[in-house]
Design a protein around this ligand. Sequence first.
Ligand code: T1G
Length: 700
Amino acid sequence: MSEPVAVTPNAVSYAVRDGIAVLTIENPPVNALGQAVRAGIIAGLDQADADASVQAAVIIGGGRTFIAGADIKEFGKPPTQPYLPDVLKRIEAMTKPVVAALHGTALGGGFEVALTCHWRVGIDSGQVGLPEVKLGLLPGSGGTQRLPRVVGPKVALDMIVSGNPIPNKKAAELGAIDEIVNGDLLDGALAFAKKVVAEKRPLRLVRDMNDKVSNVDPALFADYRKSIEKKAKGFLGPWRCIDAVEIATKLPIDDGLLKEREFFFECMASPQRAAQIHAFFSEREATKIPGLSEDVKPKPIKSAAVLGAGTMGGGIAMNFANAGIPVKLLDVSQEALSKGLGTIEKNYATSVARGSMKQEAMDRAMKLISATQHFEDIGDADIVVEAVFEEMGVKKDVFGKLDKVMKPGAVLATNTSTLDIDEIATSTKRPQDVIGTHFFSPANVMKLLENVRGAKSSPETIATVMALGKQLKKVSVLAGNCDGFIGNRMLHGYLREANFLLEEGCSPEQIDRALEEFGLAMGPFRMGDLAGLDVGWRIRKGKAHLRPKDERYSRVADRLCELGRFGQKTGAGFYTYEGRDARPDPVVKDIILEESKAQGIERREISDEEIVQRCMYPLVNEGAKILEEGIAIRSSDIDIVYLFGYGFPVYRGGPMFWAEQIGLDKVLATIRGFHKTHGKFWEPAKLLVQRAEAGKGWKG
Ligand code: T1G
C-alpha cells in the first residue's frame, strides 16, 4: 500500500492498495462529517477518478467507527461548502465503483454516504441507522429517498421514525449491506472491490432502484401516522419523516430529494431542533464533573447488592442484572423476597412477551440475581444500594449494619428520594463511601439516575457512581444534598400550584389536559393517582409541624387520602378507575368546591396558558435557586433531570432551556405578577432576576 497522504489535514487520508484507492476518514471521536471531511471525500474521489491505475475506491472510517453523522456542532451556524449533497453527487458521478466499509456506528449522514456508494460491506458488530429524528430533524441527505429503495418503505419508516439503529447483520439481511466481512474490514472491502472490478459489474446506484417504492399502498402511510399519534404528539420531526418517505413512493428521486431538503430545513429552523440538540449535548455534559480530576479513577463495579426487595429494590436489581453484574437482593422478610423475585420475573416475562427482550437474555439476567435474608451474605459486593422504607430512622439503622458488614471501600449508596445524605452517613464510620443514587420508578425503565453527593462523599465514590450510571445505561446527573435534591425539590412548587389551581377554579382533568397538551407525559393528578397519593400524604404529614400557620395550604389531596382514595391502587383518587381508565368523579368535584369555600376563594375561569405558567414557572424559579446554591452544576443538568425523570417534552429541551427560549425577562415579569397576586411562594430567585435584568440566559 502506498503511504497514506492526508488529502485534507486531520480529516481524510488517501492511499492506493493493489489498484484500489482507500479514503480513510480521520476525524475523531466519531468521524463526524465536518467541512474538512466533506471536502476531503470529494478531493479523494477526484484523485481516484483521475488516477488511471485506480480501478475502484473504498471509503472507511479510521478509529472506532465509520462516519457517525453530520457534525452536530455545526448546526445553527452558517452552512459551509461543500455541502453533504455535493459529496453524494460526487459519489454518484464516480466512473469507478465506490465501496463503503462499515464498522462502529454508521449513522445519519454517515449511513447516507454509504447508501450513495455503489456497494456496502460491514463487520458483524457494527450498526447502521438514521437517528436524525432524535435531534428534531429528519435524514436530510437522501436517507428518506434511498433507504426505502433498498429495504422498502415499511422498514424504512420503522428505522427513520424511531431513529433506532439496526445491527449490520440485520442490515445485510434487508439488503442494505451487500456483504458481512469476517476478519479485517479493510481487507474484506478491498477484496469485495476487486471482485466487483473483476466481474465487470455495472455501477449500481440506489437512486435507480425503484421496485420497492412503486405501487405502494397509500394506506401504509395513513396507518403509520395513526400508529404514532400518541407518541409523536407535539413533535414535528416524526411527521416530516413519514411525509418524506411517502414522497419517495410518489416522486422521481430528484424531486423527492428536493422535497426532503425542504422538510429538512423546516425542521432545522424549528425551536424543537434547538431543544433536542440541546438535550443531546446536555446529556453528555452532565457526566463532566468540575473539580473531579482526570486521575480520580472510578472503582470497578463487578458485583452488587440491593437492600429491600420492594418495587424500587427489585427494579434496581434488574438494572445490575441487565448490565451483566451479579446482584444479591437482601430482605429480612422471606415473604418480601419471594414477592420481589416474583415481580422481577414477571417484569422480564412481560418484556419477552412484548418482544423487547429475548428469552435467553431473560434467563441470563435471572441467573445473575440471587436472594438472601442475611446481611453477612452481601459483604463482598463492590456496591450496595439501599432501597428500604423512606424514613430516616430506618435508613440510619440499616446503614449502621452495612457499615459493619460491607468490605472496605465498598460504595454504600442510598436510593432515598429526598432524605439528607449527610445524616444517613453519620450512622457509618466511612462517610466518604456514602452517596445517593436516586433511581426513578419504575427503576428498570426510567433512564435518569440522580446521584447525590454528601459533604463527605469522596471524589472516588462520586466518580464510581457516575461511571456506574453509564454501565447501567442510565443518564446520570450529579446533585448536591438538599431536601428533594434537584428533581423532587422542583416538583414541590409544581404540585403546590396545581392543587391551588383546583381551589381557584380548575378541575383535575382540565389541569392534566392542559399540561399534557404542553407535552408532559402525564398531568399531575393522573401521575399522582398512578404513583399513589399516600406517598405524598405521608411526607406532608411528616412536615406539617414545620409549616407556618398562615401559609396557604391545599387540603384537597389530604381529604382524598383520608377517604382512602390513594389513586389507581385503591380504584379511586383524583379520578375513579375502571382498570386504568380514569374518569372524573363528582365526589372529588364536591371536595374541591368545599375547599374553595373554606379558603374563601371566589372560583374563576382559568386559561390553559395560566395553568402552564403557574405549574411550569415554579420549576424555572426553583431551578434558578438550585443553580444559585450549587445543588446543580449547570442549568442543562436540571433540564436532563426533567427530561429523563419527569417526562418533560424533549422538543422543549427541559424547563431551563424552555424558559430561555421564552426569554428570562418575560418569565420574570410573569413571576413578578404571580408574586403580587399569590404571595411569597412566587418570590423570584435572585439568579433569575440577575440574568433576566442582564438580558442573558443561564450561562455566559
Ligand atoms: N457531531 C458532533 N459531535 C458528536 C456527534 C456528531 N454527530 N456524535 C457524537 N459527538 C460527540 C459527543 O458530543 C461526544 O463529545 C463525543 O462525540 C463522543 O460521543 C445529514 C443531518 C455516535 C453512538 O445523531 O449517537 O447526520 O462529550 O459520548 O457513547 O441527514 O455519539 O466527548 O466532547 O455519545 O460512544 C446524526 C449522534 C447527526 C449520532 C457514539 N448522527 N451521536 O456514542 O460516545 S444529524 C447522530 C451518537 C445528520 C444527516 C443529518 C453517539 C454515538 P464529548 P458519545 P458514544
